[in-house]
Design a protein around this ligand. Structure first.
Ligand code: ADP
Ligand code: TYD
Length: 203
């Protein structure tokens, strides 16, 4: 089994917070790992990220999909697969399911097409476990009042579809997903994640 752990959830759901806490646990336990984020993780994907999040650029849904996929192709090939091949744990802030949830459930692009594209750009690389922080955007939005990027400017209805999309994705393959109530305290969520990771990878 690969040691690929992905975090998913709407914007502000607590992914970065929980990734930091899991990283700390890995360090304390002398476990080797690398962390990536999407879109981003290498020079090309970081440039694509800047374009995707820039509010002053108009991007069609079709181009948006292709840009997220291009970023993923590069991130997978230039970093994620290489680190997994070394036997290390790889933590990724978002991966294929972000595209399914945001562009598929959120924007209504054909999900089968997205699945095919995801398989192509990831070379079939599927996470061992995907942790979904389950929270409505209306609640996560209330946690910070910093300026919103192009994707965060999407409507409340869009984000409702994204959140319910994540729930459906997890319901369809419960063995590969760990859906956690994202409204719990930071500590409670961390404990649940650490218990799950310990059990999953027999640590
Ligand atoms: P993401 O990476 O998913 O965008 P962050 O980890 O940056 O989310 O968290 C967004 C904001 O919410 C931060 O200010 C963070 O401190 C806060 N936060 C994260 N998790 C929780 C939680 N469980 N309860 C309350 N606030 C939280
Ligand atoms: P980011 O700041 O990384 O997300 P967060 O606010 O959750 O920390 O911004 C990435 C944005 O791009 C976020 O709104 C989710 C969106 N996204 C997609 O729409 N499709 C994708 O395939 C990916 C990877 C991200």
């Amino acid at each position: 089994m690969n040691k690929f752990i992905v975090f998913e959830g709407v914007d502000g759901s607590g992914k970065s917070t929980q990734i930091k806490l899991l990283e700390n646990k890995f360090v304390e336990n002398d476990i080797l790992f690398s962390t990536f984020r999407e879109p981003g993780g290498n020079p090309l994907s970081e440039k694509i990220r800047d374009i995707l999040l820039d509010k002053s650029i108009e991007i069609s849904d079709e181009s948006e999909l292709m840009l997220f996929l291009a970023s993923r192709a590069e991130n997978t090939k230039s970093g994620i697969l290489r680190e997994l091949d070394k036997g290390k744990f790889v933590i990724c802030d978002r991966y294929s399911d972000s595209t399914l949830a945001y562009q598929g459930f959120g924007k209504g692009i054909d999900k089968e097409f997205i699945n095919s594209c995801n398989s192509y750009v990831t070379k079939g690389n599927v996470p061992a476990i995907t942790i979904i922080l389950d929270i409505e955007r209306i609640e996560s939005k209330a946690r910070d009042n910093t300026e919103k990027d192009r994707m965060e400017d999407n409507s409340d209805i869009f984000f409702k579809d994204v959140t319910s999309g994540y729930r459906e994705i997890s319901n369809n393959s419960p063995d590969r997903y760990f859906l956690i109530d994202g409204t719990l305290s930071i500590d409670e969520i961390h404990q649940q994640i650490w218990n799950k990771v310990k059990m999953e990878f027999k640590l």
